[in-house]
Design a protein around this ligand. Sequence first.
Ligand SMILES: *Cc1c(COP(=O)(O)O)cnc(C)c1O
Length: 393
Amino acid sequence: MHNEFDEFNFDTLAVRAGQLRTAEAEQSEPIFPTSSYVFGSAAEAAARFSGEVPGNIYSRFTNPTVRAFEQRLAALEGGERCVATASGMSAILSTFMALLQSGDHIVSSRAIFGTTSVLLTNYIEKFGVETTFVDLTDLDAWSKAINANTKLLFLETPSNPLTEVADVKALADLAHQHGCLLVVDNCFCTPALQRPLELGADIVIHSATKYLDGQGRCIGGAVVGKEEVVGTNVYGFLRTAGPTMSPFNAWVFLKGLETLRLRMDAHCRNAQCLAEWLDAHPKVKHVYYPGLDSHPQHALATKQQKGFGGVLSFEVEGDKEAAWNVIDATRMISITANLGDTKSTITHPATTTHGRLTPEQRDDAGVSDSLIRIAVGLEDVEDIKRDIARGLD
Ligand SMILES: *Cc1c(COP(=O)(O)O)cnc(C)c1O
């Protein structure tokens, strides 16, 4: 499909794509807080409702500010169509509801956002859609788990909290050999670092709450892919069921996209620096970060991503107490499970994000009691190091 922005590069698209100036000739994008739109006549209303004449009807269906965000993110991901949602979880829910029916089967990475696992096992399964969970990096396991009813393969890369990296191209090929779609949650990398659609994925999911906003302000999400899948099925579910994005949040995310690449580059620089420093620290047992030569998928990450991202985790010498000591000794870094913020955040996965898992499931996921995750922010990295050093030393 031809797009008017085809000839522009990423940084230009990030600040220009999707903007529609009104008659007021504003330089910055306007917000349209309106629930409905007015028609010129009864005949025009009828024509809009029948779809004969395109145009706005009601903000659960379309809103100009939301559309500007959708067009900008679609341009950045290299997708035909984007639909914005009220949260990352509603992006995932809308995708599943739109594309699956009772009797279908999903193969999903085990290392996904905890709430996504709960959605699959506690809710989607109630409607007769089963999920098989596999190791993200074990291509054989993915292949073996696919059966005649499999419709979707689902993953996040790099994974949380251990930063394992999936071979997106290989998994897209595998999905397509079996007539399945590959869905990639691109929350950790964003299109500034990784463009899954170019690698063969069919659908990209976002929690805009994280790096797209990047400043910890709003909850939102998005689904990006082909017009015939996202523009028809996913949009159809969304306008009917209603987990749509508010115009105010769309405006915040739209402005967030303008600085996305600059912020991601800075997150990567700080994370790389911190990972190398932790790696050399005598009280640190192991560091998980794709930017380290020792990372098992370092070569793949170098090829597939433009940068290694802002999230890392590490194991300290000792047990849960030792990990909690490091966390409690910080004075600047925020103790919170959120990520993708200018402010660095620190968390103990075993007792928070992964606390609902059984000890065996945590072992399987590689989440030990001494593991700490940091989403590295944009503070001076020397200040971040000092804040962590206090508990380690
Ligand atoms: C936070 C997150 C989600 C859920 O997004 P919300 O905006 O919190 O609903 C989904 N996937 C990943 C990888 C996340 O980090």
